[in-house]
Design a protein around this ligand. Structure first.
Ligand code: MF3
Ligand code: CO
Length: 250
């Protein structure tokens, strides 16, 4: 599949979709506290998305049973919300959510500490977030896709963390997952040339230990093989001739 370049009209719709998602994430972040269940977070996310007149795009995606992926501690991504999974002080939690507005998808993820967390956990969250910003310094027309991958890799590797390899970022638009795939680790080639109008979901998933992951028996929840903590940070980004536009930030 070719990588789509969005028209001016499509870009406006992507902007609106992503702006709504940014607001949903703000509210989800405010709800994080010890004692909340991961199912309550999902229910709040679904309600906020529907109240905005949008559709949760994760719900029923390949059978995924919720609107928000809630992944705790050693869970990397795609944790399934549950009434019996209660967040407690010291946990870290990744929230991944997306929605459809007038046919256009948005996708973003944040990782939060629950109450007071360890300095090591805080550092993992900050490095994961910053790795996204290091990556998008390269996200502009005329550069190449894997320049982004290499920049994320160089930054994260300097901390000795493991970069998840089995899951990658992606193009996004009228589908949640469009071409191209966007690895968060060095590719030893520069890949396709970026063009203004491409919309990309860039999403480093970073483990405090090794990069290897496993799937739980629910066939969704991805965990670190070594049990180390994992963080996730994602935004939908528009490539322009100048600075990239981060569409899912408020
Ligand atoms: N946000 C995820 C991604 O970036 C999508 C989750 S797929 C779901 O690809 F099925 F778990 F919802
Ligand atoms: Co994504």
């Amino acid at each position: 599949m070719a990588v789509s370049v969005k028209s001016a009209r499509e870009i406006e719709l992507m902007r609106e979709s992503c702006k709504i998602l940014a607001e949903v994430h703000e509210k989800l972040g405010e709800a994080i506290c010890p004692g909340i269940s991961t199912a309550e977070i999902d229910a709040l996310g679904e309600r906020l998305i529907r109240e905005s007149g949008c559709i949760p795009n994760f719900l029923n995606y390949n059978g995924y049973p919720a609107s928000v992926c809630v992944s705790v501690n050693d869970e990397v991504v795609h944790g399934i919300p549950s009434k019996t999974r209660i967040l407690k002080e010291g946990d870290i939690v990744s929230l991944d959510a997306g929605l459809i507005y007038k046919g256009y998808h948005s996708d973003a993820a944040r990782t939060y500490g629950v109450g007071r967390i360890s300095e090591e956990a805080e550092k993992l969250i900050q490095v994961t977030k910053q790795s996204f910003f290091e990556g998008i310094k390269k996200a502009r027309a005329g550069n190449h896709l894997y320049d982004i991958s290499a920049a994320i890799d160089a930054y994260v590797s300097s901390y000795g963390y493991g970069i998840v390899r089995s899951l990658v970022g992606h193009g996004i638009g009228t589908a949640l997952h469009e071409d191209p795939q966007i690895p968060n680790f060095k590719q030893w080639r520069r890949g396709l040339k970026l063009q203004a109008g491409m919309t990309l979901a860039i999403e480093p998933m970073i483990n405090m230990g090794g990069y290897e992951v496993a799937w739980l028996d629910d066939d969704w929840t991805v965990v670190t093989q070594d049990g180390s903590l994992s963080a996730h940070y994602e935004n939908t980004v528009l490539i322009t001739d100048g600075e990239p536009e981060i569409l899912t930030l408020p």
